[in-house]
Design a protein around this ligand. Structure first.
Ligand code: ACM
Length: 255
């Protein structure tokens, strides 16, 4: 299968323009799974009134409808980040659609800095979806700093982690090859670029393999990156013929 990210600089508050930018940047490309950045239709540094105005219910909102149509048209899977409204609560969420079907959503559990003033912490489990036999787990941005998140997805059978991000520190790009290696899985991190309210986003989106190799890396601001992978490789948890990162664990020594 071909996994891909599309890294770009979303226009703040301009949902429809951002959706068109995503479409224009990906429609001629070939891929099976597309991962887009966190909060990719609204921008990141929302004031509370902007959050109220720009958040949408999932799946019953225009953004999910757009991606349902686009995934059907291209016969693909898409994972993207967006601001979710659920009654009077707001979440920093990611959504998974496949070939015109809504498969589910994840709500970020580790909120970063001022996100704590805008969003409720996620209340849904770290989930792995079976998509035509390929097991895709989802986490969002700062979840990278908690190895338990990727580990939990790997234990739940993830072969690929789709990871929408809006990174402002340059650290996650160093950590993701390790998250992939320590779990023997593939990871696709889609970051954004540009500046908003004094925050500069660090780009360098990347796809990693179960041996920790970087299979694709964004080199410029607007970047499509892809890598052909064999998800079955993620079933082999061995790092040497006698060492498995799952079977050799010693949980009685851990916290
Ligand atoms: C982040 O979690 N957006 C850094």
């Amino acid at each position: 299968m071909i996994t891909a990210f599309y890294q770009f600089h979303p226009l703040f508050g301009e949902r429809d323009k951002n959706l068109q930018m995503i479409r224009a940047g990906t429609k001629k490309r070939e891929f099976d799974l597309l991962v887009l950045p966190e909060l990719c239709t609204t921008g990141y540094a929302l004031a509370p009134e902007e959050r109220d105005l720009l958040s949408e219910p999932i799946p019953d909102g225009p953004t999910t409808s757009f991606f349902l149509r686009y995934s059907r048209e291209k016969k693909i899977t898409i994972v993207w980040g967006m601001a979710e409204r659920d009654g009077d609560r707001f979440f920093n969420s990611a959504v998974l659609v496949h070939n015109g079907f809504f498969l589910g959503k994840y709500r970020k559990i580790h909120l970063f800095l001022d996100e704590k003033d805008l969003f409720s912490p996620g209340d849904l489990p770290l989930t792995v979806w079976d998509v035509d036999g390929i097991r895709i787990g989802v986490m969002i941005c700062f979840d990278w700093a908690f190895p338990e998140a990727a580990r939990t997805l790997a234990f739940r059978g993830a072969q690929v982690i789709a990871h929408p991000a809006n990174l402002v520190l340059p650290l996650c790009q160093k950590a993701m090859p390790v998250r992939a290696l320590e779990n023997r899985i593939f990871t696709v991190t889609a970051n954004r670029t540009g500046k908003e309210h004094g925050l500069r986003f660090t780009g360098k989106s990347l796809i990693c393999g179960p041996d920790g190799k970087i299979l694709s890396r964004a080199r410029k601001s607007n970047s499509f990156g892809s890598a052909e992978i064999d998800p079955a490789q993620a079933s082999d948890k061995k790092v040497t013929p006698r060492n498995s990162v799952f079977e050799d664990r010693r949980p009685s020594f851990y916290l």
